[in-house]
Design a protein around this ligand. Sequence first.
Ligand code: FAD
Ligand SMILES: O=C(O)[C@@H]1CCCC=N1
Length: 388
Amino acid sequence: MSSEVEYDCIVIGAGVQGSFTAYQLAKRNKKTLLLEQFVLPHTRGSSHGQTRIIRKAYEQDFYTQMMDECYKLWSQLEREAGVTLYRQTGLLVMGPEHSDSYLLYKNTMERNNVPMVILTPENFSQHIPNVILAEGDGALVDINAGVLYADRALKTVQGQFQKLGGVIRDKEKVTDITPGPVVTVSTSAGVYRAKSLVITVGPWANKLLAHIGLQLPLEVQKINVCYWEEKVPGTYDMKKRFPCFLLTEGEESDRHIYGLPSNEYPGLVKICYHIGSETDPDHRDKQTDRSDIGILQRFVARCFPGLIPEPAVVESCMYTLTPDSHFVLDCHPAYSNIVFGAGFSGHGFKFGPIIGKLLCELSLGEVPSYDLSPFRIRRFQGNTKSAL
Ligand SMILES: Cc1cc2nc3c(=O)[nH]c(=O)nc-3n(C[C@H](O)[C@H](O)[C@H](O)COP(=O)(O)OP(=O)(O)OC[C@H]3O[C@@H](n4cnc5c(N)ncnc54)[C@H](O)[C@@H]3O)c2cc1C
Ligand SMILES: O=C(O)[C@@H]1CCCC=N1
């Protein structure tokens, strides 16, 4: 089947980043096609699941500053669609009080006037009951942080895109790309043409970029998404405003941990380890490493006395990591009408609306609204393989 229609833009990959990019393009009256390899919705990429953390607490100013507009774009989408996508819970940040990482969070938040409360070992349990603050740890709360209803957000943005006249074709895997002033995209079901192309295929980025002679330094990891049962149901519940939390980075392996209050599975709290094991996105179920679960069990036993230190549910999801954990947002070095967003390194969901806006701007040849230098591929220098 060959399509006669020429699109302004084709977006490949209907995860959070591709869906928001397509929506932004449609808002700009661009005739847009969004292609997805699986039947939607699916659980085989990085954007599935009911919840994600949204926060301004970051080590780097550029993320904190982008989140300013991003919160506004999330609430604009909520108003437009008449749905709730965000719930404020606050985010508890804990880490060795004098460590580089903890101080970077604290100072970045202070410098950018992010509303926060600093807790002391004396008043900690009064504010955050049923959590043990480790000896020597500092604690602060990013007050406006909270939970995004991820699955609902994806459904909403894809729905709004379609209402604006956008076309979604799922169960169509892109099998080839031919660059040119008009780009040709071949799928398992057809051939499509467009003035520009956006590639947002998450863990599959290098598999698809190989078709256009580019390889990025990305590592795909499978993450075990663990849920832990409350001894007394409701102890760590979102309705009671129990906060999301994260441990800042440090020397010890048991610091790469974060969690969300119980919500999607009543009585179960999501607590995960931020480092997984390398995997192939087409064979992720073959990766069965659970060594992180021991680290989580020790953490839960030590710091969450109200949880049973044995995971009740283990699901899986994938991270696509760059060497510096910063995103990749750029144009192809040889074809300026091919744009990609990749390497969201396990923290990209909250940025969906702003990533969509930026990739839309890049695909239209406009000056992007933010300085993209932290996200350009030239930072990888020798690590980017171009077969051109
Ligand atoms: C366990 C876990 C917890 C996380 N927690 C947070 C959090 O709290 N806060 C936060 O902000 N972020 C979080 N993240 C990160 C965030 O979810 C990801 O950064 C984001 O979902 C990445 O989206 P994406 O669109 O790049 O990738 P994906 O969601 O994987 O989308 C890519 C899409 O492209 C499709 N595709 C691939 N190849 C092709 C092809 N050839 N043809 C057609 N379609 C194709 C795939 O099927 C997929 O649907 C978390 C991630 C995980 C795994
Ligand atoms: O992006 C986020 O907020 C979460 C928490 C920290 C680790 C990864 N994702």
